[in-house]
Design a protein around this ligand. Structure first.
Ligand SMILES: *[C@@H]1O[C@H](CO)[C@@H](O)[C@H](O)[C@H]1NC(C)=O
Ligand SMILES: *[C@@H]1O[C@H](CO)[C@@H](O)[C@H](O)[C@H]1NC(C)=O
Ligand SMILES: *[C@@H]1O[C@H](CO)[C@@H](O)[C@H](O)[C@H]1NC(C)=O
Ligand SMILES: *[C@@H]1O[C@H](CO)[C@@H](O)[C@H](O)[C@H]1NC(C)=O
Ligand SMILES: *[C@@H]1O[C@H](CO)[C@@H](O)[C@H](O)[C@H]1NC(C)=O
Length: 869
């Protein structure tokens, strides 16, 4: 009997395993404001007033609201369909204006294994259906600003055409985008490659078909398929083709110019004219020659209407092109790209016979500027003191005029959307339009690191491509120039703080030798000139703040103490994930594949310690912020914890795949840190949180997908329980707060997730820190010029003073014993010093000063943290 019962129980147990419970969360963007990335396309619906959409290359699409803000259209995109945040084309239905279509996919090369899709919505993008295409779509490929290559027949709106990349030709749907078939009669599929001699496959894939434009005036009936259709193709030979029989046969339009790529083909219905902008590059960064033409459909006559350059010399192509449907003959066009002194926009009110430009030379170096700037909606984007100030913009591939309002215009740049509601001032005698930031609600930054600091004025620090990163003192208002990490860097890839001196921070950037330090919690930064030729990657700062370990993207990890030159470290392979113990100044951790490494000599050398299961990748090492030797590691084989300085690890039950994660404020006083991040649990990938060191988990990402999980970054708020920050690769930063109580733990899932825990005693260090400060001054001038894969920024900056504070510490150790899940900590009295504004002044494990300099007082944030405020 007994034996039989035991057997039945053993068989039954696995059936109790179910998906981890969910807790509802309220997620929204941490507001950076103003976009922060390239806007390749904006379209207005021609028949519904005020309806417009914008697309991005890596962060999805948005819909315009009446108050000039934008609403994101699909935040459910997750790891399974991450490439759907690359939008290569957008089409809004002129007949049934609720219908909206997107051509989605990120890359047409090996970087993206997935085919593209046509997404279709019948409610302006609130909900979607999709048809997977039998080829890839390249929302973040060269030529992503041409278009639109997806178009809806204005007479028979069941018919759509999509112009593919990579030689895949022209495709047609006759059932509102559900089924698609290749248009076999369209044979000129585009031979132009961005750079066929570049070894990178990214530059070798043909851009294909640029745009599809219907002549809505053609055809007797407005309810059968429009007969005359123009198609632009990325080709240096004939590039504009026409069908006069609703797509049955096609011919090259006679008399057309050749030698350039047609970027936009815009129909002017009242004039029966097709306007075309041309560039010798595919865009969006390039273009050194180009032209603008009009094709008079009535007379079949081509006319070169290229606007004159302010300098008399064309050194750019042409990109964005718009017609004012309210004012026949009023057209606008943008330069692609006038990098210096600024972008150029032209306007004509006589069908291109004559033009005026948004600025003119008035005797070098003076310019007449026929605009004023208003960056109040995104003040960080505009730095009036910059030596290379671009007010008009760059990468200007799209410009549109509201078909119902001649004053309302929008255009995309490499960083934002500009425009205004006073465009007709251009035509007034005092020509002076407003260039206003019109990208409120668009959050397109590509986040590389997030840090919720123990102290200082910041709630959050972010590192990102292009915009550098920010010290976020608030979460809901647009960032300011003062809080941007704009000095020295174009992109920040990692930030770390010193555990025993948390106002001390370091960060590394995307370009060679980008390394900077702060002594005030990220308010001010000084460049460190000890960076050898390292670049990007990650940085770890020792608990005392004197030792840096840098794992750059271009070499093996290196080490520096007191900002001296970096030196090699034995053993650590290139690409190692690194971390510093947050309490013990001599201890650093590293991981690569399934190998864990520990240094106990200030990163002079590392030794191998434990192996991490069958991991092929380490994602993140997060040491306990207050207990030395307690360290968590997420890997492709789940989550591991060591409580003995990395000597041995226990695998945590639940997560089978790890990702970026963090430790933050505990649920209740004295409880262990709450932990949250990207994990796969019971086969479901998402953002999960545990409040009991990994025994029970709840999924907290609600309906949000956050794109590719392995590209995302996580910070768990150090002071506010439950608040989790997620940094995405193209949809900015989100923060979430619990919006209902946590579901109760279920015994079945608890049982299935509990695994053996280490019984090795751990050491809790108690430190006494004395600080001496030395300061050195160096002087030099740096010129930084950077090209990133998403936007290009050319900047020149002058650096005059770099001062770096070094800290030396002496310590005493008091060993104590804890179990793996209960942390016993010792609080010692202060050493008599006073703490500065924003500094830590108390909390479990805190051994530094507990009194604050005048006029500040020590205020309790949570059991682990009190701060001088
Ligand atoms: C978009 O949203 C819908 C829900 O409306 C979802 O079913 C779909 O998978 C989402 N994904 C993409 C890529 O659009
Ligand atoms: C094309 O790529 C080659 C090889 O990288 C490079 O030398 C050349 O300058 C590139 N051409 C252009 C026009 O960028
Ligand atoms: C197009 O050509 C017709 C016929 O020659 C002419 O009447 C019309 O003015 C032209 N339109 C434009 C915008 O040039
Ligand atoms: C346009 O207005 C701005 C801001 O008032 C001013 O700086 C600029 O000089 C004006 N331009 C012209 C041509 O009047
Ligand atoms: C730091 O860790 C090392 C190596 O485990 C240990 O020898 C040392 O005593 C620790 N120092 C302190 C101050 O706890």
């Amino acid at each position: 009997m007994v034996a039989v019962s035991a057997l039945l129980a053993a068989v039954a147990a696995p059936l109790l395993v179910s998906a981890a419970p969910s807790q509802c969360y309220n997620w929204k963007n941490v507001k950076v404001g103003g976009g922060g990335g390239f806007i390749p396309g904006i379209v207005f619906n021609p028949t519904e007033k005020g309806l417009a959409y914008a697309r991005t290359d890596i962060g999805g699409a948005y819909r315009l609201n009446a108050d000039d803000s934008w609403t994101p259209l699909n935040d459910t995109v997750n790891s399974a369909n991450w490439n759907h945040w690359g939008i290569d084309a957008i089409a809004t239905d002129p007949v049934e204006t609720n219908r909206l279509y997107l051509a989605v996919g990120m890359y047409t090369i090996s970087w993206d294994p997935n085919n593209g899709a046509i997404m279709r919505s019948t409610d302006k993008g609130n909900t979607w259906s999709e048809t997977t295409l039998p080829f890839k779509v390249g929302g973040n490929m060269p030529g992503r600003g041409v278009g639109e290559r997806l178009a809806i027949d204005p007479h028979s709106n069941n018919i759509l055409y999509f112009g593919a990349r990579s030689g895949n030709g022209l495709w047609k749907s006759s059932d509102y985008g559900v089924n698609w078939a290749k248009v076999s009669s369209f044979t000129n599929v585009g031979t132009f490659k961005p750079n066929a001699s570049d070894p990178n496959e990214y530059m070798q894939d043909p851009i294909g078909i640029s745009w599809v434009t219907f002549d809505e005036n053609s055809g007797g009936s407005k309810t059968v398929a429009t007969p005359r259709i123009f198609v632009g193709v990325a080709d240096l030979g004939s590039s504009v083709f026409v069908s006069s029989n609703a797509g049955s046969t096609w011919t090259a339009v006679a008399g057309q110019p050749t030698g350039y790529i047609p970027h936009k083909g815009v129909f002017s219905p009242s004039e029966n004219v097709l306007y075309i902008s041309y560039s010798n590059g595919g865009g969006p960064y390039d273009g050194t020659l180009g032209s603008v033409w009009k094709y008079n459909i009535t007379s079949s006559v081509w006319t070169n209407i290229t606007p004159p350059s302010p300098s008399g010399d064309i050194y750019f192509g042409f990109g964005g092109l718009a017609v004012d449907r309210q004012k026949p003959g009023t057209i606008m066009v943008t330069a692609l790209n006038s990098w210096w002194p600024d972008g150029i926009i032209w306007r004509s009110t006589n069908s291109g016979a004559t033009w005026t430009s948004i600025w003119e030379w008035a005797g070098y170096p003076t310019r007449n500027k026929y605009y004023s700037v208003d960056y109040s909606a995104a003040p960080w984007i505009y730095d009036p003191s910059a030596t290379d100030l671009k007010e008009v913009g760059w990468m200007m591939e799209c410009l549109v005029i509201d078909p119902f309002d001649s004053n309302h215009w929008l255009y995309g740049t490499g960083a934002t959307i500009l425009g205004s509601r006073d465009l007709l001032k251009w035509d007034a005698s005092a020509r002076n339009v407003t260039l206003k930031s019109m990208a409120n609600g668009i959050e397109e930054t590509a986040i590389q690191d997030l840090l919720s600091p123990p102290s200082g004025p910041g709630i959050l620090l972010s590192g990102m491509y292009d915009a550098g990163g920010f010290l976020h003192k608030n979460l809901d208002t647009a960032q300011t120039l003062a809080d941007q990490f704009h000095l020295y860097f174009t992109g920040t890839t990692d930030i770390d703080y010193a555990g025993n001196s948390p106002l001390q921070m370091v960060r590394v950037g995307t370009q060679l030798q980008e390394l900077a330090a702060s002594n005030d919690g990220g308010v001010s930064w000084n460049k460190i000139y000890a960076s050898n030729n390292a670049q990007a990657g990650t940085i770890a700062l020792s608990a005392g703040g004197d030792i840096m370990v840098w794992s750059p993207s271009n070499g093996a990890p290196i080490r520096s103490q007191y900002t001296n030159a970096f030196t090699a470290i034995s053993l650590l392979p290139q690409g190692s994930v690194i971390a510093s113990d947050k309490r013990n100044n001599t201890v650093f951790y590293a991981g690569s594949t399934n190998q864990f490494y520990v240094s106990t000599n200030g990163a002079t050398s590392f030794t191998t310690t434990a192996t991490l299961g069958i991991a092929t990748q380490v994602f993140k090492i997060v040491p306990n912020p207050t207990t030395a030797g307690d360290v968590w590691v997420s890997t492709s084989d789940g989550l591991y914890r060591s409580t003995n300085y990395g000597s041995s690890f226990s695998k945590i039950g639940g997560p089978t795949v790890g990702g970026h994660f963090d430790l933050g404020a505990p649920k209740t006083t004295g409880a262990y840190w709450s932990i949250a991040g990207f994990f796969t649990i019971d086969g479901v990938s998402g953002v999960y949180r545990t409040d009991d060191a990994g025994v029970n988990w709840v999924r907290i990402n609600d309906a949000y997908g956050f794109g590719a999980a392995d590209a995302n970054k996580v910070a768990v708020d150090y002071k506010v329980y439950g608040r989790v920050f997620v940094g995405t690769n193209g949809r900015g930063i989100f923060y979430g707060n619990p919006s209902c109580t946590s579901p109760p733990p279920t015994s079945s899932t608890t049982t299935s997730r509990t695994s053996s825990t280490s019984t090795t005693p751990v050491t809790t260090t108690t430190t006494t820190t004395t600080t001496t400060t030395t300061s050195s001054t160096s002087s030099r001038t740096t010129t930084t010029s950077s090209t990133s894969s998403r936007t290009t920024t050319t900047s020149s900056r002058t650096t005059t003073t770099s001062s770096r504070t070094t800290t030396t510490s002496s310590r005493t150790t008091t060993p104590s014993t804890t179990t793996s899940r209960t942390t016993t900590t010792t609080t010692t009295t202060a050493n008599g010093a006073t703490q500065t504004h924003y500094g830590q002044c108390g909390g479990i494990g805190w051994t530094g000063a507990t009194t604050c300099e005048s006029p500040y007082t020590c205020q309790v944030g949570n059991p682990y943290y009190s701060q001088c405020l």
